[in-house]
Design a binder for this molecule. Structure first.
Ligand SMILES: [Zn+2]
Ligand SMILES: [Zn+2]
Length: 214
């Protein structure tokens, strides 16, 4: 069987701020992880059921409200544990305040089960976690090197980057994360962003006017 026939990926926008949620799985092992279930739990659960894969982890690029509003419901239905970088715990704990600020209905969420760290093996499809702070202190990207795929959360967008004016955001820090951790990846790597269209590392190195090399 070819590698890409084993690899499963589906990305779709969910929730009140249309965060890109991604299911990644291995059809041979029959297992999947989900990244950023930001809302619409029934749609996510339908897609999981259709994939036929067993969910093993619920993983977050960061703890802005729009990236985890369905996490508790997905955990309740699948039993999968919740993963987050510890430096975003203060945002996770302040979900109600975030929802009020953005005018989004508050849905209480259980605490994370596991603190993700830099270079952590995601035990799925060769994925690794990369700590890329700046948009938030605990922002992470998830890199699937065998598939030349990066899930960038709100760190890197097509021709743009994540805002740094919210709690704990810092421009110098996100600039360093992007230059040192993302722009150093192979230029063919496809980038799934937290909102809106995909891009590639090569395109952003050449065309992104906000963070430039050199
Ligand atoms: Zn964000
Ligand atoms: Zn977002």
């Amino acid at each position: 069987m070819q590698a890409e026939a084993v690899f499963f990926r589906e990305t779709f926008p969910v929730g009140p701020i249309q965060c890109n949620c991604t299911i990644i799985g291995d059809r041979i092992r029959g297992e999947a992880i989900i990244v950023d279930p930001g809302g619409d739990p029934e749609i996510i659960l339908q897609k999981l059921a259709a994939s036929g894969l067993k969910l093993t982890r619920i993983i977050h690029t960061h703890a802005h409200l729009d990236h985890f509003l369905a996490s508790g419901e997905i955990k309740k239905k699948t039993g999968a544990p919740i993963y987050l970088h510890k430096e975003d715990k203060f945002l996770w704990d302040n979900l109600e305040l975030q929802c009020r600020m953005f005018g989004v209905p508050y849905v209480p969420q259980p605490d994370p089960d596991h603190w993700l760290h830099d270079d952590e093996d995601l035990s799925c499809c060769g994925g690794m976690a990369m700590h890329t702070p700046g948009h938030t202190p605990g922002s992470m990207c998830f890199y699937f090197e065998p598939h030349k795929l990066l899930l960038a959360g709100d760190t890197l967008f097509r021709r743009s980057i994540g805002r740094t004016d919210l709690w704990g955001g810092d421009f110098k820090t996100i600039e360093t994360s992007i230059k040192e951790r993302l722009y150093t990846l192979d230029e063919e790597v496809q980038v799934v962003t937290g909102h809106g269209p995909d891009t590639t590392i090569g395109e952003e190195v050449r065309e992104n006017s906000i963070v430039r090399l050199g």
